[in-house]
Ligand binder design. Structure first.
Ligand SMILES: [Mn+2]
Length: 253
C-alpha cells in the first residue's frame, strides 16, 4: 500500500477547483493508500476554528468521511494555517503532528516538516514567525472578532507578498546548514517538506551517507502529491482539476 504526502494546497473560497481536486484525492487515498500526510499550508488562511467559511465546511465534511472510513490523515501546521486548532481536529478526525515529526515509513525514518523554519537566511520572516507563534500572541489574536482577524490576516498576506517581491529568491529558500542540522538532530537521511513551492528531489552527502530532501509541489493550477511505495520507491505525481487525471492510478480490481 502507498503513503501519500501533500502540502501547500492553499485552499480557499477562491480555489473551488483545487478544493474538488483535494476531495477526489481523499477518495483515492481512502481506496488505495494507508495514510495521507498534509505538511502545512493546507488552507491559504485560517483565522480560527469558529465559523468556518464555505471551503472549510466542504473540506471538514470530506475529511470526516475519509477518517470515518478508516483513512488516517495527519496534518502539520504551515505558516498560513498554524491556527488550525482543537475544534478542527475533533471535527475532522485528523491528527495534528508536531512541527518536526519523525515518521517510520516502511521501516525507514523520514523527517516531516512544513519547511518555513528552515529558511534561516530570511531573518525578517523568522522574527515574525517567532513573534506570531507565542501562546500569548495566538490567544490575543483569537480573542478578536472574526472580521478583525480576517482583516489582520489579509494585511499580513499583503505584507508577505511585498516581502516576497523584494527579497532574493535564495534568501527565501531553505539553507543547507539548517537542513543538515535538523536531519542530524533526528538521525535521518530523508527529509520531506513543502513551503518553498520548489518541488525537487535534492540528493547530498550527510556524514558520508547519501541523504535526500524531497520538496513537495504547491497546488497552483495543478495538484501534486508525493507517492511512497512499500518497496522504498517514490514519485511526485500531478493531476489537473476537471480532468480524468488521478493521483494513484486506476483502482485495482
Ligand atoms: Mn508555507
Amino acid at each position: 500500500m502507498t503513503t501519500v504526502f501533500v502540502s501547500d494546497l492553499h485552499l480557499s473560497d477562491q480555489t473551488p477547483a483545487m478544493v474538488q481536486l483535494f476531495c477526489s484525492l481523499l477518495k483515492e487515498c481512502q481506496n488505495q493508500a494507508t495514510a495521507l500526510y498534509i505538511l502545512g499550508d493546507f488552507f491559504d488562511a485560517w483565522v480560527g476554528d469558529d465559523v468556518p467559511d464555505g471551503t472549510a465546511k466542504i473540506v471538514i465534511t470530506a475529511l470526516r468521511e475519509a477518517t470515518s472510513a478508516g483513512l488516517p490523515v495527519a496534518i502539520q501546521h504551515g505558516n498560513r494555517d498554524f491556527l488550525l486548532g482543537k475544534r478542527f481536529f475533533a471535527q475532522t478526525g485528523c491528527t495534528l503532528l508536531p512541527e518536526e515529526y519523525l515518521l517510520n515509513l516502511h521501516g525507514q525514518p523520514v523527517l516531516l516538516m512544513h519547511g518555513d523554519s528552515l529558511c534561516t537566511d530570511d531573518l525578517a520572516y523568522q522574527r515574525f514567525r517567532k513573534r506570531s507563534r507565542t501562546f500569548l500572541a495566538k490567544s490575543l489574536f483569537l480573542l478578536r472578532s472574526r472580521t478583525k482577524r480576517q482583516a489582520i490576516a489579509a494585511h499580513y498576506r499583503e505584507k508577505s507578498r511585498e516581502h516576497t517581491a523584494m527579497t532574493a529568491e535564495s534568501i527565501m529558500d531553505v539553507t543547507q546548514n539548517a537542513v543538515v542540522a535538523i536531519m542530524q538532530k533526528h538521525h535521518t537521511l530523508h527529509l520531506i517538506h513543502g513551503h518553498t513551492h520548489r518541488p525537487a528531489e535534492h540528493v547530498f552527502l550527510l556524514q558520508e551517507k547519501e541523504a535526500s530532501r524531497t520538496v513537495l509541489p504547491a497546488w497552483h493550477g495543478t495538484g501534486g502529491a508525493l507517492i511512497c511505495l512499500p518497496d522504498g520507491s517514490r514519485k511526485t505525481v500531478f493531476a489537473r482539476p476537471g480532468t480524468s487525471d488521478t493521483f494513484l492510478g486506476p483502482t485495482a480490481t
